[in-house]
Design a protein around this ligand. Structure first.
Ligand code: WT7
Length: 660
C-alpha cells in the first residue's frame, strides 16, 4: 500500500489527553464549533473583535474587510499599527522586559540569550542605523542571513521603520539571490560574513558579492554585514558596512513607523508552476493577527512555554513561527543555527533536554531521517534523552506518513503529547487546516479540520462542491486576514494563479488536491496538482529546474518530474537530451554529476536532481508536447500501461526506462 492509500484508510484515533485539554485555550470540539459558528453568523464582526483584542492599534481601524477590488482584498486598512511594536515594546509595557525572548544555540553548541528589553535595544539601534543610511518606509531590503538573533533583529528593524523585507534562504545561489534583489528592487542587502552549518563555514558574503556582480542591482546602495565568524571577507568601500558599525552609537529609542495594516511587511519568494519564482506579498496587520491567533489556537502557547520551531527564517515557517508569532505572543523561543545531524543525529533531542523545550515544531523529512539514524545508531535514539518537558508536537511542510507520525508520537511525545499536523502555505501566511491540540481527536496522516474563520472546501474543475469521500481541488471560499495580497509587481499573475476564472474567479486555489473523510469530514492532503514538487518540505518548480538545465550550453532539452521518495517525500528526476551524442556508461555518470552541480550553482543545492537520465529525445505527442505523465511512470520504475498511441516516438520510452 502506498503512503497515500494508507492515509486514506487510517482509522486509529487519538483523543486529546485529558490533562492537556483541561488547561488548553480551546478545550473541546464544542468550543471549536462555537468559534466556527461565530464566523458563520458574523464574519466581519468576529474578525474585527479578534483584531482589536490581539493587536495594538495606534489608530483603530473603522473598516474590516474591503472586497471592492476583489481578489485584491484589504483588511483593517485604515488602522495604523507596527509589527515590531507589537512583537517587542508591547511585551515590555506588559512587564516582560526581563523575560527571555530568544535562546540562541550556535552550530558548535554555544548558547546566548536575549531578553525582550535587550531585543528591543538591538532592534531600535539597528533600525536607527538603517534610517541614518537613508532607508525609509516603503523601501525594500533583502536579508540573506543564517539562523541568528541578528537575522531576527534585521527583520524586526525593517518592520520597525516600515521597510519591506525580503528574506532569501541562505542555501540559495548567487543567481537566485540576484534575481530576487532585482525583482523586489532592493535598496539594501543585509548578510553575514559566513554561515556555520554542520561545522562548515559557508561564504554568504562572497556569494552576495557574486550576486551583485551579476548586474541589474543598481538601486542597491548598501551591503550590511553581520560578523558571524570573523572569517576573511572582502569589504567594498562606500558600499559595505558592518552591522555592528551601523548600530554603534545609535539611540535605544526608535519611534516605530505607524503604517496602515495593509502596508507590505514582507515579500517572500516561492516556486510556482512557471519558471520564475513569485514574490508573495504579505500585509502587516492581518498577517500578524493570524500569526498570533495560530500561536494561541494551534500551539496553545502559554507564558511558561519554551517554543521551538526548527524552520529557517528564509521560509514562511521561519517568518510566522520564529520572527513574528512567538514574539508577538511574548513567548520564549529557541533559534538554532545548525543542522539536526551535527555533531550527531541526537542534536534535536539533546537540545530539547538542555533547554526544556515544551512545544516542538519540525518537518516530516527531519523526523524520517532521524528515525533512520536512531535505528542504525542506538546512541542517538531519543530514549537516551530526557524529553519530559515536551507537551505538544507539530509537523509542517509536507504530508506526514502514519508510520512517522506513530514514531514521533511514541518516541518523542511519550504518547502524551498531541501532534498538530499543520497544513498551510507561503501564500496563506499561517496555519489553515490543523488539529487544535486540546480539542481535536487526531488521526495519523490527516491535518483534520480548518481553523475557525477559514472556509476551506473541496471542489471539482468547475468550482462545484465535492461530496465527502471524493477527492478534488482544495480551495478557500472566503478571504482571511493573513492571505497573500499580491505577487510583487505582477497583479495579473496573482489573479490567474490564485483566483482562476475556471473556478469562477472567487475561490482561492491552494494548488493541492485533497479529500475529506466520509464520516469525520477530516481533510487529507493528496499532494500538489500543479508542476510544483515538495522535496524535504522545500517547494520547487519543475519549470525552474528545467530552465536552469537548458541554460547549460551542452543541454538541448530537459523535462523534470517528481518521484515519491521514502526519505525526502519527493525526489527530483530529470530527463535530459544533450546537443551532442547521448552519453552512456562513465561518461553519462560524469556529465550527470556536472549537471547536478550546475543546477546547484544556478538555483541552490536543494534543487539538484537526485537522478538524471539521458535520451536521444523526450516522449512527445505529434504536436510536440512533452508527455510528463509518462516520464513520471518511468521515474518511478513502473511499467507503462497507459495508451502511448499519440506519441510521436514511442521507442524513446525504452531508452529512458533505466537509470544510468
Ligand atoms: C505546500 C506549501 C506550510 C509552510 C511550509 C511550506 C505542502 C505544507 C502540509 C501538511 C500536507 C503540506 C502543500 C502546500 N504542505 N504543509 N501539513 N500536509 N502537505 O510552505 O513552501 O509554501 O509549501 O506544502 O503541498 O501547498 P510552502
Amino acid at each position: 500500500m502506498s503512503g497515500m492509500e494508507q492515509m486514506l484508510v487510517e482509522n486509529r484515533v487519538f483523543n486529546p489527553p485529558k490533562a492537556f485539554a483541561k488547561q488548553a485555550a480551546i478545550t473541546s470540539m464544542d468550543q471549536y464549533k462555537a468559534m466556527c459558528k461565530a464566523f458563520d453568523k458574523d464574519f466581519n464582526g468576529t474578525w474585527a473583535r479578534l483584531a482589536k483584542e490581539n493587536l495594538f492599534w495606534k489608530k483603530p481601524f473603522t473598516k474590516v474587510l474591503d472586497e471592492s477590488k476583489a481578489p485584491f482584498y484589504k483588511w483593517f486598512e485604515d488602522g495604523l499599527t507596527n509589527a515590531s511594536y507589537n512583537c517587542i515594546d508591547r511585551n515590555i509595557k506588559n512587564g516582560m522586559a526581563k523575560k527571555t525572548a530568544i535562546i540562541f544555540e550556535a552550530d558548535g553548541g554555544e548558547v546566548s540569550k536575549v531578553t525582550y528589553q535587550e531585543l528591543h535595544d538591538r532592534v531600535a539601534t539597528f533600525a536607527n542605523g538603517l534610517k541614518k543610511l537613508g532607508i525609509k518606509k516603503g523601501d525594500r531590503v533583502v536579508i540573506y542571513m543564517s539562523m541568528s538573533i541578528e537575522g531576527v533583529v534585521a527583520m524586526q528593524a525593517c518592520a520597525r521603520i516600515g521597510a519591506t523585507h525580503s528574506v532569501v534562504f541562505g542555501g540559495f545561489s548567487a543567481k537566485s539571490l540576484q534575481e530576487r534583489i532585482v525583482d523586489v528592487g532592493a535598496v539594501a542587502l543585509i548578510t553575514a560574513d559566513q554561515q556555520l552549518r554542520g561545522g562548515k563555514a559557508l561564504p554568504l558574503k562572497t556569494i552576495a558579492d557574486e550576486a551583485l556582480d551579476l548586474g541589474g542591482c543598481e538601486k542597491l546602495k548598501h551591503v550590511i554585514v553581520y560578523k558571524r565568524t570573523g572569517g576573511d571577507v572582502p569589504m567594498k568601500a562606500g558600499r559595505d558596512k558592518w552591522m555592528h558599525d551601523v548600530s554603534a552609537g545609535q539611540p535605544k529609542v526608535c519611534e516605530p513607523e505607524w503604517v496602515s495594516a495593509e502596508h507590505p511587511l514582507f515579500v517572500l519568494y516561492t516556486s510556482g508552476s512557471t519558471g520564475k519564482p513569485k514574490g508573495v506579498q504579505h500585509s502587516t496587520g492581518g498577517y500578524l493577527l493570524w500569526a498570533m491567533l495560530t500561536m494561541k489556537w494551534t500551539f496553545d502557547l502559554r507564558d511558561s512555554d519554551v517554543f521551538w520551531c526548527t524552520a529557517d527564517i528564509g521560509w514562511i515557517t521561519g517568518h510566522s513561527y520564529v520572527a513574528y508569532g512567538p514574539l508577538a505572543c511574548g513567548g520564549t523561543q529557541i533559534v538554532f543555527e545548525g543542522v539536526p545531524t551535527y555533531p550527531n543525529a541526537g542534536r534535536f533531542w539533546e537540545m530539547i533536554q538542555r533547554h526544556k523545550v515544551s512545544i516542538f515544531y519540525t518537518a516530516p523529512t527531519a523526523i524520517r531521517s532521524l528515525i533512520k539514524a536512531s535505528d542504525t545508531d542506538p546512541a542517538v535514539h531519543p530514549k537516551k534523552y530526557n524529553l519530559k518537558s515536551l507537551r505538544l508536537l507539530g509537523s509542517v511542510g509536507e504530508p506526514i506518513n502514519p508510520e512517522a507520525w506513530m514514531w514521533y508520537h511514541k518516541n518523542i511525545g511519550g504518547e502524551k503529547c498531541p501532534i498538530v499536523d499543520t497544513f498551510w502555505q507561503t501564500e496563506t501566511g499561517g496555519h489553515m487546516i490543523t488539529p487544535l491540540p486540546g480539542a481535536t481527536p487526531l488521526v495519523p496522516g490527516s491535518c483534520t479540520l480548518p481553523l475557525p474563520g477559514i472556509m476551506a472546501a473541496i471542489v471539482d474543475e468547475t468550482g462545484g462542491d465535492m461530496p465527502n469521500g471524493q477527492g478534488g481541488i482544495l480551495v478557500v471560499k472566503r478571504p482571511w486576514p493573513s492571505m497573500i495580497r499580491n505577487i510583487w509587481g505582477d497583479p495579473e499573475r496573482f489573479k490567474k494563479s490564485y483566483f482562476p476564472e475556471e473556478l469562477g474567479g472567487t475561490l482561492y486555489l491552494a494548488g493541492d488536491g485533497a479529500i475529506r473523510n466520509k464520516k469525520t469530514a477530516y481533510f487529507t492532503i493528496t499532494g500538489r496538482i500543479d508542476d510544483v514538487l515538495n522535496v524535504s518540505g522545500h517547494r520547487m518548480g519543475t519549470m525552474e529546474i528545467e530552465s536552469s538545465l537548458v541554460a547549460n550550453p551542452i543541454v538541448a532539452e530537459a523535462a523534470v518530474v517528481g518521484r515519491p521518495d521514502d526519505m525526502t517525500g519527493e525526489a527530483i528526476v530529470a530527463f535530459v537530451v544533450l546537443k551532442g551524442k547521448r552519453p552512456t556508461g562513465d561518461e553519462a555518470k560524469k556529465i550527470a554529476t556536472d549537471l547536478r552541480n550546475w543546477v546547484g550553482k544556478e538555483i541552490g543545492p536543494i534543487a539538484k536532481p537526485k537522478e538524471i537520465r539521458f535520451g536521444d529525445n523526450l516522449p512527445k505527442t505529434r504536436s510536440g508536447k512533452i508527455m510528463r505523465r509518462l516520464l513520471r511512470v518511468l521515474a518511478k520504475g513502473e511499467e507503462i500501461t497507459q495508451d502511448t498511441s499519440t506519441l510521436e516516438n514511442p521507442a524513446i520510452l525504452e531508452q529512458l526506462k533505466h537509470a544510468i
